[in-house]
Ligand binder design. Structure first.
Ligand code: ADE
Length: 227
């Protein structure tokens, strides 16, 4: 059983992504438990503030330590966490290898950043892992966190109905996936590659591997040059 605690100032934004398809099924089956916490509920001041001006000036607000720390401390009192993750564009970029690794842990806290980000001292003292989903800036970390957790949960055994299908995903072997086809084998004269209809598994696998390599070289040469 994996438990995920989201820390956010926009809880409504995170409700929906986990209420459909396999993510919903995973929760129903008791494979994962998702909890969404509103950081504002833990603010001790009357206005329920979650942000303040940056020391040193400059545009943009900074998320304050107090409500986030109170929430983290409360959760840590209840159980141990394997990772306390901070979603931020200022981090290393998420990939399939990282998703595989994170799918094997038990308890995760994910803090969704907003504005100019959180006070650095929170990062220094509580955050064990920082994740960006790409080199572009979102309004907040919520959608990024949903993407990360979607990619993780589907890798947990028992979540995908066809357990082997995660193994043949794009990126799982470091390459893009080969093209796929279904019936009819001839649609208005658009034909499915003959080899796929041959029934010869050895030839079919060879064809798929070659296509994967060809497509990856063309569209994402960086994936091949890297190693
Ligand atoms: N918050 C804002 N932009 C982000 C990004 N690219 N990745 C993760 N969190 C973010």
């Amino acid at each position: 059983m994996m438990r995920i605690d989201f820390l956010t100032i926009l809880p409504d934004l995170l409700e929906s992504p986990f209420n459909f398809s396999m993510l919903k099924r995973a929760q129903k089956k008791g494979i994962v438990e998702i909890h969404i916490h509103d950081i504002r509920d833990y603010s001790t001041d009357k206005q329920r503030s979650v942000d303040d001006y940056a020391f040193g000036g400059g545009a943009g607000m900074v998320m304050i330590i107090q409500p986030i720390e109170s929430l983290i401390l409360k959760l840590k009192q209840e159980r141990e966490y394997d990772e306390i993750i901070y979603m931020s564009p200022d981090a290393t970029v998420w990939n399939q290898q990282e998703a595989n690794r994170l799918s094997m842990v038990e308890n995760i806290i994910i803090l969704c950043g907003h504005y100019k980000g959180v006070d650095q001292r929170l990062r220094d003292h509580y955050i064990t892992k920082e994740i960006s989903i790409g080199d572009y800036v979102l309004t907040g970390g919520e959608l990024a966190a949903a993407i990360v957790i979607d990619s993780v949960v589907r890798l947990i055994p028992g979540v995908l109905s066809d357990e082997t299908s995660a193994l043949t995903d794009s990126h799982q072997d470091g390459l893009l996936s080969p093209p796929v086809y279904t019936r009819p084998s001839d649609y208005k004269g658009w034909k499915v590659p003959e080899v796929l209809l041959s029934g010869n598994n050895k030839l079919i696998n060879e064809w798929r591997e070659n296509k994967s390599l060809e497509i990856t070289k063309k569209i994402r040469p960086d994936l091949i040059d890297e190693d």
